[in-house]
Design a protein around this ligand. Structure first.
Ligand code: NAD
Ligand code: SER
Length: 319
């Protein structure tokens, strides 16, 4: 029987991935953890407080609950990482090596660890960025993700482990507020549209970024983890394309149902990060190896985001 540990479970991705894992493996077999505690201690399923820098506590949790798979999500995202690079290095790298070492020691069957389009830098081809190309990330977050990819590949090869990974685009969901990334604007814009009918974008009007609606990201994660190991040809992290759009295009998509919505632009340091990342991604390796196919386009995502957020405004964070 599979018993799943999720780190960073109260974040934007964890909030929705945990529900999917609970549905797949049974709530009793999923152990959601985070350094924070859930708001009002209100969490459906098993929840434990856990710092990914506390190796001894992670080891004890794995042993006590007979964990067989780990989804290691805890990280500091790109915009916050630029404000605290040393902290980002510690959490993103020391946290990952703790998980990999413990996965080796406890003979964990499978580990999932997310990478990001942030592994690419300004020297990469900007359009349909290939799986394998020059990387040279400029952000500390991207550097930790690229180093993390190499570390996972090393553990896979050296210790015959099964660690799988996706380079997510910017993730957009209504389940939780985002946690300090450059692509957060594409979530905030929906909240602002419903609350104030206006939004000031920290990203320039015509800067395109690869993005993905959360149900696609969750499905991609589960499909990759279910794929037969012998079909996987990428030993680092799979490129994953979704929907590529600019702030001006997402605003137009919102205006289709909210014609009074206004967008302004005040690009800040996040524009520098965004313009160092690809416009769009080539995910043909994922399509070939495990039949990946995105489901949502921009207008489809906009319709769902507005419909879900309307039911639960004002937005609240999960901790
Ligand atoms: P998030 O910032 O929303 O959540 C991260 C969670 O990690 C938070 O709940 C935080 O409390 C927790 N955390 C921080 N430090 C911790 C520590 N020391 N120990 C335990 N928990 C700690 O991030 P997210 O959007 O949910 O991202 C999850 C993963 O997916 C990250 O690895 C991120 O790099 C990756 N990713 C996310 C995106 C995106 O657009 N959201 C894109 C690419 C990759
Ligand atoms: N969406 C993330 C960020 O902006 C990229 O991994 O940090």
């Amino acid at each position: 029987m599979d018993r799943i540990l999720v780190t960073g479970a109260l974040g934007q991705l964890g909030t929705e991935l945990v529900v999917a894992l609970q549905g797949k493996y049974g709530s009793e077999n999923v152990f959601a953890t985070d350094i924070h505690t859930p708001l009002n201690n209100n969490f459906e399923g098993n929840f434990l407080t856990l710092d990914v820098l506390d190796k001894r506590s992670i080891s004890e949790l794995i042993r006590r609950h007979d964990i067989t798979q780990i989804y290691h999500l805890a990280a500091i995202l790109s915009a916050n990482a630029e404000k605290s690079p040393e902290l980002a290095w510690r959490i993103n790298m020391d946290g990952l090596i703790n998980i990999l070492e413990l996965a080796k020691e406890h003979h964990i069957q499978k580990v999932y660890w997310p990478s990001s389009i942030a592994v690419f830098g300004p020297d990469c081809p900007k359009d349909i960025t290939p799986q394998n190309t020059i990387m040279n990330p400029r952000t500390i977050y991207g550097i930790t993700k690229l180093a993390g990819e190499k570390l996972c590949a090393y553990y896979n090869a050296k210790f015959d482990m099964d660690i799988r990974s996706l380079r997510y685009p910017g993730l957009i969901g209504h389940g939780a507020l985002p946690g300090g990334g450059t692509t957060d604007y594409a979530v905030e814009i929906y909240h602002a549209a419903l609350k104030d009918a206006k939004y000031t974008s920290p990203i320039a009007a015509d800067t395109a970024l690869p993005m993905m609606y959360m149900p696609d990201a969750v499905r991609a994660t589960l499909e990759l983890m279910d794929a037969k190991k012998e079909y996987l040809t990428v030993n680092t992290s799979y490129n994953l394309a979704g929907i590529s759009f600019t702030p001006s295009e997402i605003a137009k998509s919102i205006q289709k149902s909210m014609p009074d919505f206004i967008i302004n632009y005040e690009p800040d340091f996040r524009e520098t990060i965004a313009s160092s990342w690809p416009n769009s991604i080539d995910d043909s390796a994922a399509s070939n190896d495990w039949k990946w196919k995105v489901a949502y386009d921009l207008d489809g995502m906009t319709r769902e985001m507005i419909s879900h957020l309307k039911k639960k405004l004002p937005p609240v964070n999960v901790y």
